[in-house]
Design a protein around this ligand. Structure first.
Ligand code: NAG
Ligand code: NAG
Length: 410
């Protein structure tokens, strides 16, 4: 029923011929399907814009429709036991194998953080529910899917802090014991904004002197990793690419920090840096951290620095822009060196490609063991497109490779 509803909505969007055509590169597989899927997202985005302009509902409130349309009630079945829980005040959904043999070896665990630009999404969306179930059965793992609070109702650092509280609560010997988990086989993972939270959590845990149990691995799926330079070659190349055009990513970033629209506008023109954040631009310098092939066609120029004083630059986002809990790329190598081994998935047709690529370079320079899987025909969000009618071959391949990595490394 749910899929049919989504399908009808897609069709409705698709009927508006104007929306259907989008310039999708030839080497992307199943182009017609991606165009159709994208036309739904773009129609909704235009509707959301319109709604905000006439003062009906804010943009993100309308976009939340996607989250509601895909909502499911996670239920137990004969292989997976699912329970809603609350870890230190934060909602989580815990998935574990139904078999409860006491003699069985201790399990692995993955703390999973969903995507959606810190503004959308839920662990109770069909694709995330399915992913969690798949990981339980393939890895005999316990999955903790975190229902962190979202912007714009809860700006940074609330979403990060929610996640961090869950992780700190979970990484206690007695809690792990109650789930029959091996404390040496725990990973954090997430996609897109969830990849951002996962990378940030991994960094903060390593620096936490009271933290005894540490993560074994971090798996970052097309992660967002920095807010300082929103004109990297991948932002330029893919500014109109489905399903995450540059405007939407910039909107997510600005809403994460503040609902002040002037901040959004300065981020759009890449003129949002202040003297404090400008001092950190060296950590996101794509002319040093991108492989040759990705920067050759582009000329580097550092984003300009705004030195004037306006309220939005001198209060909230001013400092938050430099905060590594929002932009994990902004830490020095000495911090990176301590990190657990990493898996980083990047897609060619993704504004966030270069965030991931730069993190791979920086982690490797710091001596961290990194597996980098780049999909030359990949697009943002593909791993979640594994359910009819928006199922893509490439999504299935990504899923298989990601789970295989976890199998071998966790
Ligand atoms: C970025 O790197 C290039 C050379 O790789 C250098 O010329 C430039 O000054 C750097 N800019 C910043 C802001 O670090
Ligand atoms: C980069 O700079 C060179 C030399 O100034 C110029 O010929 C080229 O067109 C520039 N490329 C881009 C993409 O702006």
């Amino acid at each position: 029923m749910r899929s049919k509803g989504v399908f009808l909505l897609m069709l409705l969007g698709a009927l508006t011929a104007y929306y259907v055509y989008s310039p999708i590169p030839n080497n992307i597989e199943e182009r017609w399907k991606l165009m159709l899927t994208d036309s739904f997202f773009r129609s909704l985005s235009h509707l959301a814009d319109l709604s905000e302009q006439v003062g009906l509902l804010d943009y993100m409130r309308v976009m939340m429709f996607i989250t509601f349309a895909e909502r499911v009630v996670p239920i137990s079945d004969d292989r997976v036991r699912v329970a809603d829980d609350n870890f230190d005040g934060v909602e989580v959904v815990v998935y574990q194998p139904t078999q409860q043999g006491e003699t069985e070896e201790l399990r692995r665990a993955i703390i999973y953080l969903h995507g959606g630009g810190w503004c959308l999404g839920s662990s109770r969306m069909g694709p995330y529910d399915l992913l969690a179930r798949h990981m339980v059965t393939e890895l005999s793992a316990v999955i903790v899917s975190v229902e962190y609070r979202l912007a714009p109702a809860y700006h940074f650092p609330v979403p990060f802090e929610d996640v961090y509280r869950v992780v700190k609560y979970f990484l206690h010997a007695d809690v792990l014991k109650s789930y029959h988990i091996n404390p040496e086989r725990i990973a954090v993972s997430g996609d897109s904004a969830g990849g951002n939270l996962a990378a940030a959590v991994a960094q903060q845990l390593q620096q936490d002197p009271d933290q005894h149990i540490q993560l074994k691995a971090q798996a970052l799926i097309y992660p967002v990793l920095q807010a300082l330079d929103l004109n990297t070659p991948s932002y330029q190349q893919n500014q109109h690419m489905p399903i995450l055009p540059r405007t939407l990513m910039v909107r997510f970033w600005s809403e994460y920090f503040t609902s002040d629209k002037s901040f959004f506008r300065s981020m759009m023109t890449n003129t949002h840096n202040n003297p404090e954040s400008a001092a950190l631009l060296k950590f996101v310098n794509w002319s040093s951290y991108l492989p040759d092939a990705y920067r050759q066609a582009y000329n580097y120029s550092a984003p300009p620095v705004f030195t004037g004083k306006t309220p939005v630059r001198s209060i909230g986002p001013h400092h938050q822009l430099s905060d590594p809990r929002a932009s994990p790329l902004l830490v020095p190598d000495t911090t990176l060196r301590l990190l657990p081994k990493a898996y980083v998935l990047t897609c060619e047709y993704d504004v966030l490609r270069d965030d991931g690529m730069m993190y791979v370079t920086r982690l490797r320079n710091a001596g961290v063991d990194v597996t980098h899987e780049h999909y030359p025909s990949g697009f943002h969000g593909a791993l979640m497109f594994t359910v009819w009618p928006t199922d893509f071959e490439i999504g299935h391949r990504m899923l298989d490779n990601y789970v295989t990595w976890l199998k071998l490394n966790l």
